[in-house]
Design a protein around this ligand. Structure first.
Ligand code: PHE
Length: 440
């Protein structure tokens, strides 16, 4: 492993991780999950989950990745616990699974960028979405999105991923801020902010069995946890970096961008009187064009900016999902990067065909990924780092950290072993009840 690649700069690593975290999860998934799970109440549980589970768990993945300096599956061998390889394998499989439908949604976005230019969706956005979101056209778009993803990953860490995300992340923030400012000028903004920002705790309490796992799943998904992405990315970091500071920066930026996306989407949704509860996976794709239809040429420009942002965000996440599998084969089996990326892209494309054919399949793939594979994988990882790696994990977290922060490492370990683990076990249990339809 003498010439293993590393990030050129610390900022490069942070931006690539933020690029992975910020994606369709924040902009496409988050609004309709919020809408179907009680609005601001969902946001509140989501925020709590980011702090209580997300941040400790992201550090757990960092610790494994950096200590092992090898991608997810091999990491467990290298740390001296080959019996835990299955956890890495589950993560890699989960990432593969997720990319298959993620890419279908990415394909819709590609189409919407084009349609913003030609005005294709003006007129009847709902019908337009119906026509392109499933069937032959969706399959072609899915292929296009996968091809772009493969192209970037083929160029590797420094040349491909780091360069691409350096440009992507700042543009996402700038464009979203502009759109949020536009949203604030709409008359419906007050009502939308109220819906999105003032939680009604009754909703959480009455619907806890479905709202809590949905919000925790969303928080973990949004931080790119569970699918070995953060393990893999951290395997390219140097020992002089403070994992705690990097993890907190990444989690805070991701959450900020998620909330910002909500501030963009909800005023647009409310502007046309769409009730957010009624909008599913098509929410953003139907509501944004509809809301902008009245704004004429300005609307077209805003629509284009919006979908370009979503495309950038989607790509920087998709490359991280593909990178996990590619780096596993490159590191552990010595395969050549470019050919591996192309081959795996083909396999993911095939796995995504059902989702591209029918949105019901897409919903099913998404729910297995976020409600099952993801929390189970995070649960096993938290257990592994908390109880199996234990002291080694604390050492690793301390490496590169300033003295004041390094004192917090044992607190983190304690939290991981107790609160975090219990919270994830609870989520897995609730998710299983939900998925199997057992009455709670
Ligand atoms: N975090 C990404 C998003 O919000 C999705 C993702 C999940 C990417 C897990 C990698 C790993 O869109």
């Amino acid at each position: 492993m003498a010439n293993r690649e590393t990030w050129a700069t610390r900022l490069g690593f942070i931006l690539a991780s933020v690029g992975s975290a910020v994606g369709l999860g924040n902009i496409w998934r988050f609004p309709f999950q919020t809408a179907t799970n009680g609005g601001a109440a969902f946001l509140l549980v989501y925020l709590v989950a980011v702090v209580v589970i997300g941040l400790p768990a992201i550090l757990a993945e960092f610790v494994v990745g950096r200590r092992a300096e090898i991608s997810a599956i091999g990491a467990f061998d290298k740390l001296g616990h080959p019996g835990w390889r299955a956890v890495g394998a589950l993560g890699v499989f989960g990432g593969f699974w997720t990319l298959s439908y993620y890419s279908v949604v990415g394909g819709w976005v590609v189409r919407y960028v084009g349609a913003s230019v030609t005005g294709g969706y003006v007129g009847n956005p709902a019908e337009y979405f119906g026509a392109i979101s499933a069937g032959p056209e969706a399959i072609v778009l899915h292929a296009v999105f996968m091809a772009i993803t493969v192209g970037i990953v083929a160029y590797g860490i420094e040349g491909g991923i780091e360069k691409a995300t350096r440009l992507m992340v700042p543009s996402i923030v700038v464009i979203l801020l502009g759109l949020a400012a536009y949203g604030a000028t709409l008359p419906a903004a007050t009502e939308a902010y109220d819906y999105f920002l003032s939680p009604n705790l009754g909703v959480v309490i009455d619907n806890a069995p479905s709202v809590i796992p949905a919000a925790v799943g969303q928080a973990l998904f949004s931080l790119s946890l569970g699918f070995s992405v953060m393990i893999t990315y951290a395997s390219y970091i140097g020992d002089d970096q403070s994992l705690g500071v990097d993890g907190a920066t990444i989690a805070a930026t991701n959450t900020f961008i998620g909330v910002l996306a909500g501030l963009v989407v909800f005023p647009l949704l409310f502007a046309q009187g769409v009730s957010p509860e009624t909008s599913g996976p098509g929410a953003v794709f139907i509501a944004v064009p509809t809301a902008l239809a009245d704004a004429g040429m300005l609307g077209r420009v805003i629509g284009l900016a919006f979908f370009v942002v979503v495309l950038i965000a989607a790509l920087s996440s998709a490359i991280s999902l593909l990178e996990v599998v590619v780096s596993y084969l490159v590191d552990t089996h010595g395969y050549e990067r470019k050919r591996t990326a192309v081959f795996l892209g083909g396999v993911v494309f095939t796995l995504g065909l059902p989702s591209a054919w029918n949105t019901a399949w897409l919903g099913w793939f998404d729910s297995i990924a976020v409600n099952l594979l993801l929390p189970v994988s995070v649960m096993l990882l938290v257990f592994f780092v908390g109880w199996v790696m234990a002291g080694d994990a604390v050492d690793e977290l301390r490496t590169g950290a300033a003295d004041s922060l390094s004192d917090l490492a044992p607190v983190w370990l304690w939290a991981l072993r107790t609160v975090v683990l219990l919270a994830v076990v609870g989520t897995v249990a609730l998710s299983l009840f939900e998925l199997t339809g057992a009455p709670v």
